[in-house]
Design a protein around this ligand. Structure first.
Ligand code: SIN
Length: 509
């Protein structure tokens, strides 16, 4: 039986829930999520949400920092929209009950790398994402939004060039259902599960990118995946983010020999852009033969550390490290996808009535490298614009790109891997430091795996199929881009090249 809604929103992180809460004023809304409602990347966001609301700040400075971080590929119009709408969207989140931290009655503003001002709002110290998720899901559950948990998108249905609904798998009954919709919004998050070491939860499997690509939407900037410099590195302990805000508060990185190394790599030392810090850590690990470096904040008063980072403090303590007394062992981990389903500044994709919002989207605000804490902001700014657009101009779409590429179908197949071997391949060959031969080998293996893959029939096989699409787009884009820029670094093309100041865009022929 087909169910019909004015809006079908896929994903229940901040992008999906915020869009749903706005859309409910204009029609019936259904949120589909493949797990339970709070299983999403948002919940794990620690640092916060950037907004130029401090007395010494203004959106122009925020724009300047965003453009500088993006290494020549930021869409300036989209970034201007982002920074100028920030204060209003923060106000909306407060209205939905998000309890941002304050000091002496004024909103507390933290610092993160490559920001020229303190402009990171946070909640519960380092539990910003969890508070946002709790607040939005609480309101959503009490409203007239239909929430379908354990239902995974399989395909976007496109008829006469327009998205008209979805096919989705109910993983509790293993049956496929059809949903018709006036507007389909993809808010499925990122692709961190492509990599062996990632800060992302199990659900981050690139579903939105894969279904949009199969539906004929353009996908852009896939070579730009951000590796967070500091994830907890302890044997047998699950990967856990150690927020950049720790460095923002004065945390210092030392190598296995106990030497502080970041001043030798960049004038901003620990507050250099993420890609610079991540590569410096890799270089120091190689130089010292260690599999970790150390992040030390123990010089700050213990009370300040536990108040500002209660979650990190507790997690580390539970695993034997007291961060008020000792440095934390850390190493880089895959964290955030700058690329994704290409949209214009209204969140429209190149397929009519198909929208994308949040990490799954490539709005252009991050360019080749995202400024910390701009991601949560991007979700709310563009979710609002999507809902506005569905009312004012429901049949618009992003202008197609004149210059797109598509994936070749390889001649022969090879039995597809399990998730762990895919993750190892991506980590080893499409990771922080890349080169042409590794990328070519990865692209070939991914293509052969994809060709031999049987038709997906349950949630794990759909997720693996989606990871293969996203991984292949990433490896192919990284192979095509013969330069280093932002988060994409190749030893065989270590310089940034002006002729590569352009995007790589995929569209299925
Ligand atoms: C962090 O807390 O370091 C993550 C923030 C972000 O990725 O923007």
């Amino acid at each position: 039986m087909t169910q019909r809604f004015d809006y079908i929103i896929v994903g229940s992180g901040i992008a999906g829930l915020y869009a749903a809460l706005l859309a409910r004023q204009h029609g019936s809304v259904c949120v589909l999520t493949k797990g339970s409602i709070d299983e999403c990347n948002t919940k794990y966001a620690q640092g916060g949400i950037a907004a130029a609301v401090g007395a010494d700040d203004d959106p122009g400075l925020h724009l300047r920092d965003t453009i500088a971080a993006g290494a020549g590929l930021v869409d300036e119009e989209a970034a201007r929209i982002l920074v100028e709408a920030a204060a209003d969207r923060i106000h909306d989140l407060v209205t939905f009950g998000v309890p941002f931290d304050s000091t002496d009655g004024a909103v507390a503003l933290g610092r993160e790398a490559a920001h020229s001002r303190n402009r990171i709002l946070h909640a519960g110290g380092d539990s910003t994402g969890a508070h946002i998720e709790l607040s939005l899901s609480g309101v959503a559950r009490l409203s007239r939004i239909t929430i379908k948990e354990f239902v995974q998108v399989e395909e976007v249905v496109v008829e006469h060039g327009r998205a008209t609904g979805l096919l989705a798998l109910d993983s509790r009954t293993n049956t496929t259902e059809r949903f018709d919709a006036g507007a389909v919004v993809l808010a499925t998050g990122g692709v961190g599960q492509l990599f062996r070491v990632s800060t992302n939860p199990d659900v981050a499997t690139g579903d939105g990118i894969a279904v949009a690509y199969r539906a004929g939407a353009e996908v852009r900037d896939m070579e730009f995946i951000q590796f967070h410099p500091t994830a907890l590195r302890l044997p047998g302990v699950p990967i856990f983010l150690i927020s950049e805000a720790v460095r923002g508060e004065g945390g210092v990185l030392t190598n296995a020999a106990g030497e502080r190394f970041m001043p030798g790599y960049h004038e901003l030392a620990e507050l250099a852009p993420r890609d610079v810090v991540a590569r410096a850590i890799v270089a120091e690990m190689q130089r010292t033969g260690a599999d970790r470096v150390y992040l030390d904040i123990s010089h700050l008063p213990a009370a300040r550390i536990t108040a500002r980072f209660p979650q990190i403090y507790r997690y580390c303590l539970d695993h034997g490290v007291d961060i008020t007394r000792a440095p934390v062992p850390v190493s880089p981990a895959a964290h955030y996808m700058m690329g994704g389903v290409r949209t214009n500044t209204w969140g429209e994709t190149t397929v009519r009535r198909l929208y994308a919002c949040g990490e799954v989207a490539c709005t252009g605000v991050h360019g080749a490298n995202r400024l910390a804490s701009n991601s949560l902001l991007e979700t709310v700014v563009f979710a609002k614009r999507i809902v506005e657009r569905t009312i004012a101009s429901p049949d618009g779409c992003a202008e197609p790109c004149a210059d797109t590429v598509d994936l070749r179908t390889p001649e022969s197949g090879q039995a597809p891997p399990d998730r762990a071997s895919l993750q190892s391949l991506m980590w080893d060959k499409v990771g922080i430091v890349r080169d042409g031969s590794g990328l070519a080998a990865a692209a070939a293996a991914l293509g052969a795996w994809q060709r031999a893959q049987p038709r997906p029939h349950d949630r794990p096989s759909h997720e693996l199929a989606n990871l293969l699409v996203a991984g292949r787009l990433m490896a192919e884009a990284a192979l095509i881009r013969e330069e280093s820029r932002g988060a994409h670094y190749r030893t065989d093309f270590a310089e940034t090249r002006e002729e590569w100041r352009r995007h790589i865009t995929f569209r299925k022929a």
